[in-house]
Design a protein around this ligand. Structure first.
Ligand code: C2E
Ligand code: CA
Ligand code: CA
Length: 566
C-alpha cells in the first residue's frame, strides 16, 4: 500500500455525524467512538460550519437526510458543488429507498439504512468508504478531464485498482467506447461541435454509471473506458447513448461502437483487461452494421493464432509462400474507365491454413517488426513487375506499394528503396508509395521529412485510409502528398446514406483546393461507381472493376488495354 495511505491509517480518523434526533447521534457515537474521533451536530447549518473548519482532517460525514431547516439534501448539494469540500465522502442515513438513489446520484458515497441494527456492518461500511476515498484523493491533482467531467485515464486506472482491492468479490465489466471518424468530424464541423459531442457523451455515460457505482474516463481524444459492476443488459448503456446523442452523431456521419469484456478476470492485469475491451471494440471498426462486440475466448484463440503466424514467417519467406497480387486502379475522369495503375497487395499461401489475408498477418508483423522484411520483398517484386510490363508491352503501369511507419523510420530507407528500383530498372515516377494517414500523425515531423525527400526523387505519395486517422484538414495543406485515398468506410454506404455522400463531396472540394487527386477504393457496385464518378473522383479501385489478381492475370488487363490501342 502507498506510504501516504499507510501513514493515514495510523491516526484515528475524524468522522462527523449529523442527525436531528439526539437518540440517533448517541447510538452512532457509541458505535463509532472506539475506532474514530467523532464530531456531532444536530442541524445542517452547524454541520456545514464544522465541515468547513475541519475540511482537511475530516475523513467522513454521516448525514441524515430528513432534518428541519437545512436538510441533508441541501448539505449534500452544497458539499458536492464546492471544489474544496467535495473530496470528503458522505454516507447518508436513510429510511427510504427512493432517497438512497437520489442521494447517490447527488454524489453520496454510500448509504446506511436506519435503524442501526448491526454495528459491525456500519463500521465495515464506514471503513471501506474512508479507505476508498483516501486512496482516490492521493491522485487528486489532475484527475478530471475538463471536457467531459469524467476522470482522466491515469486516475481512472488508479481508481479501478482501488475498487478491485476493496471489492474483490464484485464482478465487473470493462467497457471501451469509441466514436468513428471523430477527427474528421472535428475538422469538418469545427472543434466546438466535436467538443460538445464529447461533452454529451460524457454526461450520458455519467448518468448511466452513477447509480450503478461505475466509473468512467476519456482515455484518448475520442475513446472512453467504463468500469462498472457487471450488468446483464449492457445494451442498455448503448441504447441510452444512442438515444442521447445519435441525432448529433448521424448528422455528422458518425457512430459509436462499444467493446465489452464482461466479468473481466481480475487475475489479469487491469490495463490488459481494458486492452481486451478495446480489442473487442476495434474488432467491429470496419463493420458498419455492428455497434457492440463482446470480448470472448475466441479472441484469445486469435491471439494464439497470431503468435503462430509470427513464428511461421521466416520459413514462409524462404519457401516462397508469399505472393504479390495486383489490384487494378481505373482512371474514371474520361468517357470510359481506363486501366491506369495498380496496388500491390501481399498474399500468404500457408501450407496449413491456406490463403491468409493480410488483414490477419500484417498487424502481427507490424507489431513485431517483421513487416520490414516482408515489405522489402513486396517492393522489390513490384518494381520488378513494373519493369517487366514496360519491357513486354511498352506501357507504364505504375504500381503503388504499402509503406508502414516502421519502414520509413528505418535508417537508410530512402537510399534502400531507390537502390532497389534502380536494380530492377524502374523509375521512381513509375512507382507510388501508400502511407496511411495515421503514420503521418504519429511521427509527423520525421515522416514529413522523409516523404519530402522521396517526392524530390520523383515518387508519388498517396495518403492511404484517409478519414480514419488524425490529421486535420488544415494540416493537409502542409503535408507532402499527391493523392488522397479515401477510406473504404466512406464508400461503403455512399449510395444509401446521404451523409456519407456529403462527406465525400466535402473532401473532394478540399482536395481540389489543395490540388490533390482522389482515389476511392472498396467500390463494389455500379451505383457507388456512378456517384463517385459524378462527384469528380479521379481514380477508382474495387471489386466493381476487379479483385486483386496474380501478376499473370493482371497482364491480361494490360493486353486488353494495349490491344484497344489506348
Ligand atoms: P489497404 O492498403 O487499405 O488495401 C485495400 C484493401 O481493400 C485490400 O485488402 C483489398 O483487397 C481490399 N479491397 C479492394 N477492393 C475492395 C472492394 O471492392 N471491397 C472490399 N470489401 N475490399 C476491397 P487486403 O489485400 O486484404 O489488404 C488489407 C490491408 O493489409 C491493406 O489495406 C494494407 O493495409 C495491408 N497490406 C496489404 N498488403 C500489404 C503490404 O504488402 N505491405 C503492408 N505494409 N501492408 C499491406
Ligand atoms: Ca493501401
Ligand atoms: Ca486503404
Amino acid at each position: 500500500m502507498n506510504e501516504f495511505v499507510e501513514s493515514r491509517l495510523r491516526v484515528k480518523r475524524k468522522v462527523l455525524v449529523v442527525d436531528d434526533e439526539t437518540i440517533n447521534l448517541k447510538i452512532l457515537e457509541k458505535i463509532l467512538s472506539s475506532d474514530y474521533d467523532v464530531l456531532l451536530s444536530d442541524n445542517g447549518d452547524e454541520a456545514l460550519k464544522i465541515i468547513r473548519n475541519n475540511k482537511d482532517t475530516l475523513s467522513l460525514i454521516l448525514l441524515d437526510l430528513l432534518m428541519p431547516g437545512t436538510d441533508g439534501f441541501s448539505v449534500l448539494q452544497i458539499l458536492m458543488s464546492s471544489t474544496e469540500l467535495k473530496h470528503i465522502p458522505v454516507i447518508v442515513l436513510t429510511s427510504e429507498t427512493s432517497a438512497e438513489v437520489q442521494s447517490l446520484k447527488m454524489g453520496a458515497a454510500d448509504f446506511i439504512p436506519k435503524p442501526y441494527n448491526v454495528p459491525e456492518v456500519i463500521l465495515a461500511r464506514i471503513g471501506k468508504t474512508i479507505q476508498l476515498f483516501e486512496s482516490i484523493n492521493i491522485v487528486s491533482a489532475t484527475q478530471n478531464d475538463e471536457l467531459t467531467g469524467l476522470y482522466n485515464r491515469d486516475f481512472f486506472m488508479e481508481y479501478a485498482g482501488v475498487i478491485d482491492q476493496y471489492y474483490p468479490d464484485t464482478e465487473m465489466d470493462a467497457i471501451a467506447l469509441n466514436i468513428n471518424r471523430f477527427h474528421i468530424i472535428n475538422e469538418l464541423y469545427g472543434r466546438a461541435f466535436g467538443d460538445s459531442l464529447l461533452g454529451m457523451i460524457g454526461s450520458v455515460v455519467l448518468d448511466h454509471i452513477l447509480d450503478k457505482k461505475g466509473i468512467a474516463c476519456r482515455y484518448n481524444a475520442d475513446g472512453f473506458f467504463i468500469y462498472m459492476p457487471h450488468s446483464d443488459d449492457p445494451e442498455e448503456l448503448f441504447d441510452s447513448l444512442v438515444k442521447g446523442i445519435s441525432g448529433e452523431l448521424s448528422e455528422a456521419g458518425s457512430r459509436i461502437r462499444m467493446g465489452i469484456y464482461q466479468k473481466a478476470d481480475k487475475n489479469i492485469d487491469l490495463h490488459k483487461r481494458f486492452d481486451s475491451a478495446l480489442l473487442a471494440c476495434n474488432s467491429i471498426k470496419g463493420d458498419f452494421d455492428k455497434h457492440l462486440a463482446y470480448f470472448d475466448s475466441s479472441m484469445h484463440e486469435q491471439e494464439t493464432h497470431r503468435e503462430r503466424l509470427a513464428g511461421d514467417m521466416e520459413k514462409a519467406l524462404a519457401e516462397h509462400e508469399f505472393i504479390v497480387y495486383y489490384q487494378p486502379k481505373y482512371n474514371v475522369r474520361g468517357e470510359v474507365p481506363l486501366l491506369s495503375s495498380a496496388e500491390a497487395l501481399i498474399r500468404w499461401k500457408h501450407p496449413e491454413f491456406g490463403m491468409i489475408s493480410p488483414g490477419e498477418f500484417i498487424p502481427v508483423f507490424e507489431k513485431n517488426g517483421m513487416i520490414r522484411r516482408l515489405d522489402r520483398f513486396v517492393w522489390r517484386e513490384a518494381a520488378r513487375q513494373v519493369a517487366e510490363w514496360k519491357r513486354k508491352y511498352g506501357i507504364i503501369i505504375p504500381v503503388s506499394v504499402n509503406v508502414s511507419r516502421i519502414d520509413m523510420m528505418e535508417p537508410g530507407f530512402v537510399e534502400e528503396i531507390t537502390g532497389m528500383l534502380k536494380e530492377c530498372g524502374t523509375d521512381p515516377g513509375e512507382y507510388m508509395l501508400e502511407v496511411t494517414e495515421s503514420a503521418y500523425t504519429e511521427d509527423s515531423d520525421r515522416i514529413i521529412e522523409i516523404v519530402n525527400d522521396l517526392r524530390k526523387l520523383g515518387f508519388m505519395i498517396e495518403m492511404d485510409d484517409f478519414g480514419t486517422g488524425y490529421s486535420s484538414l488544415n494540416m493537409l495543406s502542409s503535408l507532402p502528398i499527391d493523392v488522397l485515398k479515401l477510406d473504404m468506410g466512406f464508400v461503403k454506404n455512399i449510395h444509401e446514406n446521404e451523409k456519407d455522400l456529403k462527406m465525400v463531396e466535402l473532401i473532394m472540394d478540399i482536395a481540389e483546393y489543395l490540388d490533390l487527386k482522389v482515389v476511392a477504393e472498396g467500390v463494389e457496385h455500379e451505383e457507388q461507381f456512378r456517384l463517385l464518378k459524378d462527384i469528380g473522383v479521379h481514380i477508382i479501385q474495387g471489386y466493381y472493376f476487379s479483385k486483386p489478381l496474380p501478376g499473370e492475370e493482371f497482364e491480361k488487363l494490360i493486353k486488353e488495354r494495349t490491344e484497344a490501342g489506348k
